[in-house]
Design a protein around this ligand. Structure first.
Ligand SMILES: [Zn+2]
Length: 222
C-alpha cells in the first residue's frame, strides 16, 4: 500500500465513551464499528443532499478489549471521494476549519470553565482567521463561520456539564476538583473553618487563582 497522510484522533464523549476519528487532508472519516477479527472500515462523512460519500479504507485493531487505547494500523488506501450517485466531491476545508474552531472552544472551556464564553469564542475565531493564508478561503470562512449567537447555547450546555451543581452541604464539596485545586501548584485551595454552633454552620473559602490574585493585590495596598 502506498503511504498517505492521515491523523488519528481519539474523541471522548461526555458519557466517557471513546471513539476514533481519522482525518485525511480535510476529509473526516468515521468508523461504523469493529469486526470480531479486529478489522474496521472508516467512511468519509461527506453527505450531499441525498447521497453519502463512498470513500472508505480499512484499519486493524490488535487489542480487542481496549481498542480505543490503541492506534489502529491503516491497511488500505482510501477509495475515491464519489457519492452514491456517482458525483465526485471536493474536500471541504472551511467545514474542517469550523469543526476545528468548535473543538478549540471546548478545550479552552475545559481549561477554565469560569472564563466568559464570549471571550473564548473571540479568541478561537481570531486564531482560526490568522491561520488562513488564502484570501478566498478567508472570505468563505467569514461567510460561514459560526457566530457567537449560534454557538452560545451549545457551549453553555457543554460548560454546564463541567461545572458541578451546588452540593447540599459543605462536606460534599469535592476538594480535588477543578475549582478547588490550584492549577499551577496542585495545592488544595479549599479551606473549611468551623465558626458556628450548628453542625453545618461553617465558613468555606474557595481560592480560585483569579480570586487569590485579586485578594493579593488588595493586600499590597495596605
Ligand atoms: Zn468523501
Amino acid at each position: 500500500m502506498a503511504p498517505f497522510e492521515y491523523e488519528i484522533v481519539t474523541k471522548t464523549a461526555t458519557t466517557g465513551k471513546k471513539t476514533h476519528v481519522i482525518y485525511v487532508g480535510d476529509n473526516k472519516y468515521l468508523s461504523r464499528g469493529i469486526k470480531k477479527n479486529g478489522q474496521a472500515f472508516f467512511y468519509c462523512n461527506f453527505v450531499s443532499v441525498h447521497h453519502k460519500c463512498t470513500s472508505s479504507f480499512r484499519v486493524r485493531y490488535h487489542d480487542l478489549h481496549n481498542p480505543m487505547d490503541e492506534i489502529p494500523e491503516v491497511e488500505t488506501q482510501p477509495s475515491p471521494h464519489v457519492t452514491s450517485d456517482g458525483v465526485a466531491h471536493l474536500p471541504d476545508k472551511v467545514k474542517r476549519l469550523k469543526e476545528n474552531m468548535t473543538e478549540k472552544i471546548c478545550e479552552a472551556i475545559k481549561v477554565d470553565p469560569l472564563r466568559p464564553i464570549r471571550e473564548i469564542h473571540e479568541e478561537c475565531l481570531n486564531n482560526v482567521l490568522h491561520g488562513i493564508d488564502e484570501a478566498e478561503e478567508r472570505i468563505e470562512f467569514c461567510q460561514q463561520m459560526p457566530t457567537y449567537r449560534q454557538c452560545e447555547r451549545n457551549k453553555r450546555r457543554f460548560r454546564n456539564r463541567l461545572i458541578p451543581p451546588n452540593p447540599p452541604t459543605a462536606r460534599d464539596i469535592r476538594s480535588d476538583g477543578i475549582f478547588t485545586l490550584d492549577p499551577e501548584t496542585g495545592i488544595n485551595t479549599i479551606c473549611f473553618d468551623d465558626q458556628g454552633e450548628a453542625d453545618h454552620d461553617r465558613i468555606i473559602a474557595l481560592g480560585h487563582p483569579e480570586v487569590e490574585r485579586y485578594v493579593k493585590n488588595v493586600e499590597y495596598r495596605f
